[in-house]
Write a protein that binds this ligand. Structure first.
Ligand code: F0G
Length: 351
């Protein structure tokens, strides 16, 4: 059987690594591309889900982090730092452990999901909860990386996007060509930029015959691209994408325009509806921010922006277990029973 070796080994010839690069890996990448039967029915499209929550720390961030930490190790870094809405910090903390580095993370106080906080802590990161939002945290992390001996591993680190572009390679490798439309959530805007890099690279080298239209979706309370300028006080229940001043602004605009795509917004209500649809109709448990891609596709199909018959891939970026509060709060309280078959049967409605 062929064994997945992690994305740096799988795509070594397309990544900026050499024999001198120590590969720091948790065997990330190689995630499933799952047919979405119900969403296909609803839209008339041929929809697949790139399930990035199945990466080692439960999000797509591991793709960028294996590259960023490997290159930091090559440069002799002893410590790394990042700002995060949670997933980047979880990933940085785990990969820093693999590399024997210390890891500092800055997160917005009270605004990250419990599972992500747990990940940073269990991996031994030094965690600061900052009285500010993600944009404030990133500004702070950038300053610290300039003034102190600590390497910045946010997506402004050019190696991050190089790692993340491999998701596009995997999709083309699995389908035999690029999809016609690719939907994904947009926060700090690194991922949409990375996918576009990957798709363009494969098309330029003739591995794919086309590039997809890139459709990015922000939460309506945190939608600087839709507004056309930074949002000072971003608000959304999808804490992972609660970002008002995306770092990869120009790259994301280029991805949108060069691909003939769009960056639109969806409401928190639409995000939660897509979140439940994914869980209850597709069997795929994602975190709320991840459902923005599907909420956006449903909206785009409704608007006629995506026509029936289109081959679509939606990236679902993070695992639902990271943020279980939304799963529990939307469900009825479980029934407690004695150890009694009759009572259990009747509680289950079997009688
Ligand atoms: N989905 C999830 C689950 C995320 O964690 C993020 C970003 C995004 C989507 C948006 O991706 O920033 O490349 O546009 N999370 C970052 C973090 C900001 O700190 O974990 P993007």
């Amino acid at each position: 059987a062929r064994v997945w070796r992690g994305l740096i080994e799988e795509y070594r010839d397309r990544l900026p690594v050499t024999d001198a690069t120590p590969v720091v890996t948790l065997l990330e990448g190689g995630t499933p591309l799952v047919p979405a039967v119900r969403i296909s029915q609803l839209t008339g499209c041929e929809v697949r889900l790139k399930v990035e929550g199945l990466n080692p720390t439960g999000s797509f961030k591991d793709r960028g982090m294996t590259m960023a930490i490997s290159k930091a190790a090559e440069d002799g870094a002893k410590a790394v730092i990042c700002a995060s809405t949670g997933n980047t910090s979880a990933s940085a903390a785990a990969y820093a452990v693999r590399a024997g580095m210390t890891c500092a993370v800055l997160v917005p106080n009270g605004k990250i999901a419990m599972g992500k906080l747990a990940q940073a802590l269990v991996h031994g990161a030094r965690l600061l909860q900052v009285d500010g939002n993600f944009d404030d945290c990133l500004e702070l992390a950038r300053k610290l990386s300039v003034d102190y001996p600590v390497a910045l591993v946010n997506s402004v680190n050019k190696y991050r996007l190089q790692g993340q572009k491999t998701a596009a390679f995997e999709i083309v490798d699995a389908l035999g060509d690029a999809p016609e439309v690719h939907c994904l959530p947009v926060g700090n805007a690194g991922n949409i930029s990375a996918y576009w890099m990957g798709y363009k690279e494969y098309a330029a080298d003739g591995v794919a015959t086309r590039t997809p239209r890139m459709l990015g979706f922000q939460a309506s309370g945190a939608a600087p691209f839709v507004k056309g300028e930074p949002v000072l006080k971003p608000q959304t229940i999808a804490t992972a994408i609660r970002i008002g001043n995306p770092a990869s602004w120009d790259l994301a605009i280029a991805a949108r325009d060069e691909s003939g795509g769009a960056i639109d917004s969806v409401t928190d209500r639409q995000i939660l509806a897509a979140y439940r649809l994914l869980a209850r109709e597709e069997g795929v448990f994602v975190e709320p921010a991840s459902a923005a891609s599907v909420a956006g596709l449903l909206q785009a199909a409704e608007q006629g922006v995506v026509k029936p018959g289109t081959r679509v891939v939606c990236t679902v970026t993070g695992n639902g277990l990271k943020d279980p509060d939304w799963a529990i709060s939307g469900a009825p309280a479980p029934t407690v029973v004695r150890v009694d078959a009759h009572e259990a049967a009747s509680a289950l409605g079997l009688t």
